[in-house]
Design a protein around this ligand. Sequence first.
Ligand SMILES: [Zn+2]
Length: 361
Amino acid sequence: MKSLLIVCLMLIISQANAQNKSNKIVIVTLDGLRWQEVFRGADSTIINSALTQDKKGINGLFWNDDLATRRKMLMPFLWSTIVENGQLYGDRDMGNKEEVANQYHFSYPGYNEIMTGFPDTRVNSNDKVYNPNVNVLEFINKQKGYEGKVAAFSSWDVFPYILNDKRSGVLVNSGISDLETANPKIKMLNKMQHEMLSPVGDDVRPDVLTYQFAKQYMLDQHPKVLYIAFDETDDYAHGGFYQFYLKQAHNEDKMLADLWNTLQNDPYYKDQTTLFITCDHGRGDENPNAWRSHGTDIKNSEQTWFAVIGPETPAVGIMPASETTLYHKQFAQTFAKLLGFDFKANADHETGNVISTVFKK
Ligand SMILES: [Zn+2]
């Protein structure tokens, strides 16, 4: 009788697992990369303005009169693997709308909204203040089987505050900071980051190093939830360097391709992992100069996008026109549901609803 009970229990447990094919998730954010470049490719009015120094070089790399060719030149991974096997949201030219619900349209409020599911008006600066809100990484890190299996790597050094690593217990490696390790490849990265000049400032580690830290940690430690936050696109935009903004978007797409390839070549991750890609805010689009900025006063900078690919997600490609606008505040619940969890945030506020179209019926 006892053994029958055990067999029954085992059946129930295996069925519960079978319901969720995606038991791991990798989230990547590309800071301030507009939906306009994602869906339209390089913008000729900005290329032909003073904001592009090397017009000939950039036209050669990223310009083609044909829209489908042009956007694929900029982000080939998004416009091959993801469009064929996953989903792309936020193409406003097609009538598909996605945006931030927070009123600020800059980084900390955007990342707070993504990770906590709550556009909190108390979170209204980029200052290094510990986030009072419980985030979804912290929640998952407390779930059975996920303890100590959640890690975040970021270029920008404010993430320990955004994700409140002091309280959350999530490993957050941010900015120019060392990762304790016995792995010789990571030891090398620890050294390199102090020797390399960051092109965009002392508070930002070059994205390529952030990526390598995350990748080597992933291969070494096999986290079940990994978050990678790139930064450079936003910095080049503020600086008024459209050519570097485009080149870095292209580099980040290359890193995404390498990441997906790495996941699909590792039996621990293959066909069990969702890759979710988004940004923290949009940018202006009323004239070439508006592209440099974002914020409450910059029209259309609430407009964003996201992409998703994984075993739970139907291959639709570009999501069609919809009356419903989706919001970044819906991501946290969606991440949790991809792993089979229901994200319970702070009791004093609600979180955005799961995005149902990300899931197979
Ligand atoms: Zn910015």
